[in-house]
Design a protein around this ligand. Structure first.
Ligand code: ADP
Length: 397
């Protein structure tokens, strides 16, 4: 069976068509700038060249149409008709407390997702638009929703309740939810497979370090704590997001800079993180280049970023009363050996020793600690689309 995986943002739509038997990606791509001038479809069939089509995409329904047309295109398509798409798996950011796992999408499920919109106003409505658009073009094809938050629904109360008036939890469901669940789940499971250890008896810390970054403590196969909270703003220092700060800073800055709450939130989400510290870029490749040139602020950004990761690893080691394996994943975690080494240098107290040659390699999956290291440190490339496809298939079976 072929599974179409859709990850729909407010102005973008990423897709992969995956064959469930071989788990091969038959085609993948994205629509960018949906509803904005200059929209384009980037489409790449397996083993083929990337093809860029610039054409107006007034809305997501139109974008989905273009994707489907590309998939069945006579020349570059990979299937003959849409009947060959057995099911569509949708990434959905926030499932609140309603969804502790993936689910077949029905009208009731759509209503339940809508009820979580408040908790992720930038993401959930876009995800729903993607579902609507697909249903319009493929009304008889089953759809599955896979939630970023679902994996973390196993967290105990002590990890998800904030030190706030309890009524905010009761009335508004203000609590830690956590995100990147699909990635944390995929990577932690993969680590157990690679180490040939039972997943349900391992203590793993997954460091998902991308533009958005979060850490997750996975104990005996379930998420027991994670650094993002009610929203993806909490926790690590990210590309442009502040991560943890003293909440009193918000009022202080609002007064000093004469900003309202929305403007302060905008700064915390879009102008902070390593972008805020360097003052020039959120991209770690640029930051590395700047550091090489002797830029002190770039070096500071790398220090501040790595130090926060080190502190969270310490905290989650304590939370699990130990750690067997630490895994680095996502754009930065997979590709930046300097940051990995910098983080691990501060973990000598855990008996961690890094094998420099392994750390410097470019393979998707490897152990980068020495054989006598007390904790296995690994790099595992995340694959959220494959995980969504697997969960989708599981439900449809
Ligand atoms: P997201 O999915 O959250 O947008 P990614 O997981 O793609 O983010 O990670 C983006 C970050 O990873 C960027 O800061 C980028 O500089 C870094 N990154 C990606 N590829 C590489 C690479 N080959 N070498 C170093 N850093 C990289």
């Amino acid at each position: 069976m072929n599974i179409l995986v859709i990850n729909c943002g407010s102005s973008s739509l990423k897709f992969q068509l995956i064959n469930s038997d071989s788990e091969e990606v038959l085609a993948k791509g994205l629509c960018e700038r949906i509803g904005i001038e200059g929209s384009r479809l980037v489409y790449q069939p397996e083993g083929g060249e990337k093809e860029v089509t610039t054409a107006p995409m007034p809305n997501h329904t139109h974008a989905v149409r273009m994707v489907l047309d590309a998939l069945v295109n006579e020349n570059t398509g990979v299937i003959k008709s849409l009947d060959e798409v057995g099911v569509v798996g949708h990434r959905i950011v926030h499932g609140g407390e309603k969804f502790a796992g993936s689910t077949i999408i029905t009208d009731e499920v759509i209503e339940a997702i809508k009820e979580c919109n408040d908790l992720a106003p930038l993401h959930n409505p876009a995800n729903l638009i993607g579902i609507d658009a697909c249903r319009e073009h493929m009304p008889d094809t089953p759809m599955v929703g896979v939630f970023d938050t679902a994996f973390h629904q196993t967290m105990p109360e002590k990890a998800f309740i904030y030190g706030l008036p309890y009524e905010y939890y009761e009335k508004y469901k203000v609590r830690r939810y956590g995100f990147h669940g699909t990635s944390h789940s995929y990577v932690s499971k993969r680590a157990a497979e690679i180490l040939n250890k039972p997943y349900d008896s391992l203590k793993t810390i997954v460091c998902h370090l991308g533009n958005g970054a979060s850490i997750c403590a996975v104990k005996n196969g379930v998420s027991v704590d994670t650094s993002m909270g009610l929203t993806p703003l909490e926790g690590l220092i990210m590309g442009t997001r502040s991560g943890d700060i003293d909440p009193a800073i918000m009022e202080f800055i609002a007064e000093k800079e004469n900003m309202n709450i929305n403007e302060v939130m905008d700064v915390l989400n879009k102008k902070s993180g390593v972008f805020g510290v360097t003052g020039t870029t959120s991209d770690f490749r640029d930051i590395m280049d700047a550091k090489e040139r002797g830029d002190k602020r770039a070096e500071l950004a790398l220090d501040v970023f790595s130090y926060r990761v080190v502190k969270y690893i310490g905290a989650y080691t304590a939370a699990m009363n130990g750690v067997d394996t630490i895994v680095f994943t996502a754009g930065l975690g997979e590709n930046n050996g300097y940051v990995r080494e910098k983080i691990c240098e501060s973990l000598g107290y855990l008996g961690i020793k890094i094998d420099k040659a392994q750390n410097d390699k470019k393979e998707d999956e490897r152990i980068i600690s020495t054989s006598d290291s007390k904790v296995k440190v690994m790099v595992i490339a995340t694959n959220e689309e494959l995980k969504i496809a697997r969960e989708t298939l599981e439900l449809i079976k």
